[in-house]
Design a protein around this ligand. Structure first.
Ligand code: FE2
Ligand code: FE2
Length: 173
């Protein structure tokens, strides 16, 4: 079967959904597994999100019509909300608390909503806007990017941002 970036991105959404199901089923006492699962979630989410932002979304935007531009803006805004608010707030909570569990639940809901919108709207449009050859090429490029210095740099910059103490903790102060 030919490679297809849209299939790869969808598979990654499903993998992250599974990890969220796992972390949501942990108890407040499961300090170690919560921390490990959060790390796994971020390890799969951050490269995905950064590559979408740096490569896929701009390529999509170039080809989009009015509705596509709105879909693009919506996706970018959701990434921003997760990176600037939701993830820092998750990090600001101690893993063995109900606050952590509540914030992780919001994190999971936002990601599931966002992934659904991509799958049902943006990827559907992209299937028309990109040829099969372009989708295969993007898939190869993505694989290479993940292993490249540029990919690693993008992920560590995102980690630095999302790992800082969030708004919620400073308010609770
Ligand atoms: Fe996205
Ligand atoms: Fe995505």
């Amino acid at each position: 079967m030919a490679r297809d970036i849209l299939k790869t991105l969808k598979t990654e959404h499903d993998a992250v959904r599974d990890l969220f199901e796992e972390i949501k089923s942990t108890t407040d006492r499961a300090k170690k597994s919560r921390a490990e699962l959060l790390e796994k979630i971020e390890a799969s989410l951050l490269p995905h999100a950064k590559w979408e932002e740096q490569v896929f979304y701009p390529e999509f935007k170039k080809r989009a019509d009015r509705d596509g531009l709105q879909t693009h803006a919506e996706a970018v805004e959701e990434h921003r909300a997760v990176e600037q608010t939701v993830m820092p707030d998750v990090h600001a909570a101690d893993v063995e608390t109900p606050e952590f569990a509540g914030r992780v639940k919001v994190f999971a809901e936002m990601i599931d909503h966002h992934a659904k919108e991509e799958e049902k709207t943006m990827f559907k449009m992209a299937r028309e806007l990109f040829t099969a050859e372009e989708r295969a090429q993007l898939d190869e490029d993505y694989e290479g990017w993940k292993q490249s210095g540029a990919g690693a740099a993008a992920v560590s910059a995102a980690k630095a941002k999302t790992g800082v103490k969030g708004v919620a903790k400073s308010l609770a102060g």
